[in-house]
Write a new protein. Structure first.
Length: 154
């Protein structure tokens, strides 16, 4: 089983969006049983809060199911528990490495580092643009899934 943890600052916008997009993608491909996918925050600001209404609305518009996720903070133990720990931006990466106590196995990277145009995913909490965030997350999840499938074929 491949274990993926998506991480952003508060775990209410980008990382749960990535979690639900990726769950949808693997389910549509009949691979749901091969993956364990979750999300977490680097901060404690939103712990226990549900998915942001902008993320929930965008997922609904795209017909992607959104569960009853509650924000949680990434823990040091998550580093050992997951195969991929994917931050949404460079600031998240720095905090993830701090929380994990390092990255000796090179499991931590930005989601869009798997794509053709590596970059940060803008935080819609500040931009208000959930459409661009969704487009970037879909790009990153497709690239990640292609990477994982290629790795399994090698």
């Amino acid at each position: 089983m491949i274990k993926i943890l998506f991480v952003c600052c508060g775990n209410i916008c980008r990382s749960p969006m990535a979690e639900y997009v990726m769950k949808y993608m693997v389910s549509r491909r009949g691979l749901g049983d091969c993956f364990f996918i979750d999300s977490a925050a680097t901060s404690t600001e939103e712990i226990g809060n549900g998915v942001h209404h902008g993320t929930r609305g965008k997922l609904k518009k795209e017909n992607i199911p959104c569960g009853d996720h509650r924000a949680r903070q990434m823990k040091r133990a998550d580093y050992e528990a997951y195969d991929y720990l994917l931050g949404m931006d460079s600031w998240n990466i720095r905090n993830m490495i701090r929380i994990a106590g390092g990255d000796p196995d090179h499991k931590i990277c930005r989601l869009l580092d798997f794509g053709e145009n590596p970059r940060d995913i803008a935080d819609p909490w500040y931009t208000g643009d959930f459409d661009i965030t969704y487009t970037d997350i879909v790009e990153g999840c497709e690239a990640l899934l292609a990477h994982i499938c290629q790795e399994d074929m090698d």
